[in-house]
Ligand binder design. Structure first.
Ligand code: ATP
Ligand code: MG
Length: 381
């Protein structure tokens, strides 16, 4: 295989030569490139992830590869092959043109109600499928939701996912999962026995972001995120009785009582499409036990009212719109920084939730390198 993974080079995996065409992302664990399979002339995506000396392989990659191999669904990105050499592992995936992070913030794209409904239906179908297979994604966010030119959704990036055993009596999982803007309140309050409801919360945040074309809870500080959540969803009290049993409750419990404000914050939808506000409220239910499941959400009246879900209802550009395009457009000042709230949340910020001293703002840490010890430890949990 080739030593350098850059545009114009080629690499051979299982006797097939791939030409590296353009970067699609530089994630925490390596580069992601669009490539051409010179035999089939198919566009594919190759991720290059450095092998970890001690374990032999990045734990996140083992996760991604094993989960994707087992999962077959029209709305989950397809794993085509996996290459490996002395230093790296190379999952090869089907290529999908856009991701939701790029689509939401391209102001040239006019989102259409039937299209948005069609996307949400497909996202929930993928989430229902993984949850039925006892897998939690644990990193649902716009940049991990790919969209094809024809409006087909593909859920991607299973690097933080994990399989759970529904019969396990007292499971304990790490709560340092999910990019902070999309992190459920139980995780922010330190829950280590969470359920698939954390993925539904993240999907709810995406629905709100698609409706408003701005993120619902954009802060890098977990205390601030919780306070924004309480402003929209109300404070726990009788709504979520078990909140007080969570580890960080004493330090983070809200000082002021609040009632939910969905109708006010989504007032422009209330008159014409009240169903969408109802679904949003059910996905952003504070109590994970009361939060709607993916199966229930798919039966929600919003999906069965006019206009019917139609992922093809609006036109998408012929050039890729993804998180990398968004970051470059912000850098080149083509998109004002404030539209995306100064900066996109990064994975490194997930580490910022070693709370909890009220009023003590999280210290900034350097972004994690792939070899970062803390990050590696977290990935193993
Ligand atoms: N199959 C694909 N087709 C097209 N683009 C893709 C594909 N897979 C990933 N990408 C693009 O590359 C970006 C990074 O990929 P991915 O999320 O899988 O990597 P990562 O290392 O986990 O990144 P991060 O840490 O930023 O989440 C995605 O946000 C998406 O824009
Ligand atoms: Mg990602």
């Amino acid at each position: 295989m080739s030593d350098s993974f850059e545009k114009g080079r080629s690499l051979t995996i299982h006797d097939v030569e791939y030409v590296i065409q353009e970067p699609l992302g530089f994630g925490s664990y390596g580069a992601v490139f669009k490539c051409l399979n010179t035999v089939t002339k198919e566009q594919v995506v190759i991720k290059r992830c450095r092998l970890c000396r001690e374990s032999g392989i990045q734990i996140s990659e083992i996760r991604e590869i094993t989960q994707l191999k087992a999962l077959k669904h029209p709305n989950i990105v397809k794993l085509l092959d996996v290459g490996i050499d002395d230093t790296h592992v190379y999952p090869i995936l089907e290529w999908v043109m856009h991701d939701l992070a790029g689509i939401i913030y391209d102001r040239q794209i006019a989102l259409n109600h039937a299209q948005l409904k069609g996307w949400m239906y497909q996202i929930l179908s993928a989430v229902e499928y993984i949850h039925k297979n006892n897998i939690l994604h644990r990193d649902i966010k716009p940049s991990n939701i790919l969209v094809n030119q024809d409006g087909t959704i593909k859920l991607a990036d299973f690097g933080l996912s994990r399989r759970v055993n529904p019969d396990e009596v007292n499971p304990r999982y790490t709560n340092k999962v999910v990019t902070i803007w999309y992190r459920a309140p139980e995780l922010l309050l330190g829950d280590v026995q969470y359920t698939s409801a954390i993925d539904i919360w993240a999907v709810g945040c995406i629905l709100g972001e698609l409706l408003n074309q701005k993120p619902l809870f954009p802060s890098e500080n977990p205390i601030e995120v919780l306070s924004m959540i309480f402003q929209l969803c109300g404070t726990p009290e009788s709504r979520w009785k078990d909140a007080c049993k969570l580890p960080y409750w004493k330090v983070l419990k809200p000082k002021k009582l609040r009632i939910p404000h969905f109708k006010e914050q989504f007032s422009r939808f209330v008159e014409h499409v009240p169903e969408v506000v109802d679904l949003l409220q059910r996905m952003l239910e504070l109590d994970p036990k009361k939060r709607i499941t993916a199966t229930e959400a798919l039966k929600h009246p919003w999906f069965h009212s006019e206009p019917k879900p139609d992922p093809t209802a609006g036109r998408l550009p012929y050039e890729t719109r993804n998180e990398l395009w968004l970051k470059n457009s912000v850098k080149q000042k083509e998109i004002p920084k404030k539209t995306v709230y100064n900066r996109l949340p990064s994975r490194s910020k997930k580490l910022c939730n070693d709370i909890p001293k009220r009023n003590k703002v999280c210290k900034k840490r350097k972004p994690d390198s792939p070899n970062d010890k803390r990050q590696q430890k977290r990935r193993r949990e």
